[in-house]
Design a protein around this ligand. Structure first.
Ligand code: EPU
Length: 460
C-alpha cells in the first residue's frame, strides 16, 4: 500500500496543464453503451477509477482500447448487463451504466452501492427518475435490477434534500435519449460535467436542450451513433493545484484551466487573498491559462458548499487546509455531504485549530502547521492532507494514498515537477526509504517565514 513522505517548505513554481476530468469521463464512458458504433474519448486521465470503469465496460460486453489519454469503446456483445458488487464497491460511479443499459438493452443490473466514508449516499433519485421513464425496478440479492420494453419520455423531478444529483441527472438524461417521446428533467444538476455529457450525446445524435440549467429537455431518438469527444478539464484538480500554489506562496501557471466552471472558487479564493488571473483573455474560458498568486497575509472567509454554480464540496477539504493558515477565524459549512469531515481530525494532528459543530467547522488560523503521520480516508481529504504537508514544518507521512490515486494522476510527480518534495513508498515494505540523513535540508518554508516575519498569524 503506497504512502507519501512529504518534506514541507518548498515553494511551488512552474507551469502545468490540467488533465481531463474524472467525474466527466466516468459518465461519458458509460454513455458509450448507448451506441453500436465506436466512442472515442480524449484527455481521459490516468486514474484507478478510469481503469475500473474500463474493466466494468469490459464485463458489459465492450472492447475498450487504451486506459488513459485516448480511449475507444466498442460494444461487441449486448448480452451481459450486470455490474458486480466487487466493482461497484470500489467505485460508486458504476451506477451510471444503469440508465444507458436500460435504454439500449432493455435491462440492466447494478449492485446497490453501499455508504461511503462521508455518509449514506443513496441512489433513490436515480431510481425514481428511471421509474418515471417506465422502468420496472426491484432489489434482489443486493442488486438493483431494472427492466423496460422501451422507455417512455416523462416529467422527472430530480431534487432531493441536498439539491439535485449529478450522476442521477447523467443517468436519466442518458436513458431518455433513446426513450419514446419527450423527457423534461426538473431540478437537474447544472454541473459542467452534465453539460459535457450532453454535448457528447448531442454529437452522437441525441436531441437535448437546457443542459447546464435546472430544466433539461430531451426528445428521444431511435438510435445514437459513435463520436470522438475531448473530455473537459478537471475543475477539482485545477482548484486543488491553485490552492497548492497559493499555500506555498508559489508562482505557478496552470494551463487548460476551466475558469468558467470555477467562478465560486475564484471568488472565495480572492476573498482569502489568492488571485487567479487569466493570462490569455481571448482563450476559451473553459480551457484557458491562469497565473496564481497570493497576498502576504491570507484573510479568513465564510465558505458554504452548494450545488454548481456554488462552491463545490469536492474542494471543501482543500480550502480548509488553506484557511488553516489565514489570519483569523474562517467558517466552512458543508451543505452537500454534512459528514464529509474526516480530514478535520487529521489536520488537527498537524496543529490546525478546528472546531466542528454538525455541518460547520470553525477554522482558527494558526501561524504554522507541523508535519505528522496522518491517515487519508477519502479522495479529497487526502488531497487536503497533501496540501497541508507541503507547508508543514518537517515531515508529513500520508498513508493509504490509493484514495488520492483515484482522482489525481500521479499527484506526487506533478507537485514534484513544481518543486515539491514528495516521496512515494510502499508502507508495507519492511524498511521504508528515508531522506538522506547526511543531506542538508533547506529550512521549511513555514519556518523561513517565522524567521523573516517573526511569526504572527499568517503564512505569507
Ligand atoms: N442524493 C440523494 N439521492 C440520490 C442521489 C444523491 O439523496 O439518489 C444526495 C447525496 O447523498 C448528496 C447529494 O444528493 O447529499 C448530491 O449527491 P450527487 O448525487 O450529486 O453526487 P454524485 O453524483 O454521486 C458526484 C461526484 C462527487 C461529487 C458530487 C457532488 C462523480 C463520480 N462524483 O457524485 O465527486 O462530490 O457529485 O458534486 O461525479 C469526488 O470526486 O470526490 C466526488 C465525491
Amino acid at each position: 500500500m503506497d504512502a507519501f513522505r512529504i518534506q514541507g517548505g518548498s515553494r511551488l513554481s512552474g507551469r502545468i496543464a490540467i488533465d481531463g476530468s474524472k467525474n466527466a469521463s466516468l459518465p461519458l464512458m458509460a454513455a458509450s453503451l448507448l451506441t453500436d458504433e465506436p466512442t472515442t474519448l480524449r484527455r481521459v486521465p490516468a486514474l484507478s477509477d478510469i481503469t475500473n470503469m474500463a474493466r466494468l465496460l469490459g464485463e458489459l460486453g465492450c472492447h475498450v482500447e487504451g486506459s488513459h489519454g485516448t480511449i475507444t469503446v466498442n460494444v461487441v456483445d449486448q448480452t451481459m448487463s450486470h455490474a458486480r458488487y466487487d466493482i461497484v464497491r470500489t467505485m460508486r460511479a458504476s451506477i451510471c451504466v444503469l440508465g444507458p443499459m436500460l435504454a439500449k438493452r432493455g435491462r440492466g443490473s447494478v449492485a446497490m452501492p453501499g455508504g461511503c466514508a462521508f455518509g449514506a449516499r443513496p441512489v433513490d433519485l436515480h431510481l425514481r427518475g428511471l421509474e418515471a421513464l417506465g422502468a420496472q425496478i426491484r432489489l434482489s440479492g443486493g442488486d438493483i435490477i431494472a427492466t423496460a420494453d422501451r422507455l417512455t419520455g416523462a416529467m422527472v423531478f430530480l431534487g432531493g434534500p441536498f439539491g439535485s444529483t449529478v450522476l442521477g441527472t447523467a443517468n436519466v438524461m442518458s436513458a431518455a435519449t433513446l426513450a419514446r417521446g419527450t423527457t423534461t428533467i426538473e431540478s437537474a444538476a447544472c454541473e459542467p460535467e452534465v453539460v459535457d455529457l450532453a454535448e457528447m450525446l448531442i454529437a452522437m445524435g441525441a436531441r437535448i436542450t437546457g443542459a447546464g440549467t435546472p430544466r433539461i429537455i430531451i426528445e428521444g431518438v431511435d438510435q445514437l451513433g459513435g463520436t470522438d469527444h475531448t473530455v473537459l478539464p478537471d475543475r477539482i484538480v485545477a482548484g486543488t493545484h491553485a490552492i497548492a500554489a497559493a499555500m506555498t506562496n508559489g508562482d505557478v501557471i496552470l494551463d487548460d484551466f476551466p475558469y468558467d466552471g470555477l467562478l465560486a472558487v475564484i471568488d472565495r479564493l480572492g476573498a482569502i487573498g489568492v488571485h487567479i488571473e487569466r493570462i490569455d483573455p481571448d482563450a476559451d474560458p473553459k480551457r484557458c491559462s491562469v497565473h496564481v498568486s497570493s497576498e502576504r497575509r491570507l484573510k479568513p472567509v465564510l465558505v458554504t458548499t452548494q450545488p454548481h454554480p456554488g462552491f463545490p464540496t469536492d474542494l471543501q477539504a482543500q480550502t480548509m487546509a488553506l484557511v488553516c493558515l489565514a489570519d483569523g477565524n474562517s467558517i466552512i459549512t458543508e451543505k452537500i455531504y454534512p459528514e464529509r469531515f474526516m480530514h478535520v481530525a487529521e489536520l488537527t494532528r498537524m496543529g490546525a485549530q478546528l472546531y466542528r459543530q454538525g455541518p460547520t467547522v470553525m477554522v482558527q488560523g494558526v501561524a504554522r502547521l507541523i508535519g505528522a503521520p496522518v491517515m487519508a480516508s477519502d479522495l479529497r481529504g487526502s488531497a487536503c492532507l497533501v496540501l497541508a504537508g507541503l507547508v508543514a514544518e518537517g515531515e508529513t507521512v500520508i498513508n493509504r494514498v490509493y484514495h488520492l490515486d483515484r482522482g489525481y494522476a500521479a499527484m506526487d510527480e506533478t507537485l514534484n515537477a513544481l518543486g515539491a518534495r514528495i516521496e512515494r513508498f510502499d508502507a508495507h515494505a519492511s524498511e521504508a526509504p528515508h531522506a538522506d540523513p547526511g543531506r542538508q535540508e533547506p529550512l521549511p518554508y513555514a519556518a523561513q517565514l517565522v524567521e523573516q516575519h517573526g511569526g504572527g498569524g499568517s503564512h505569507v
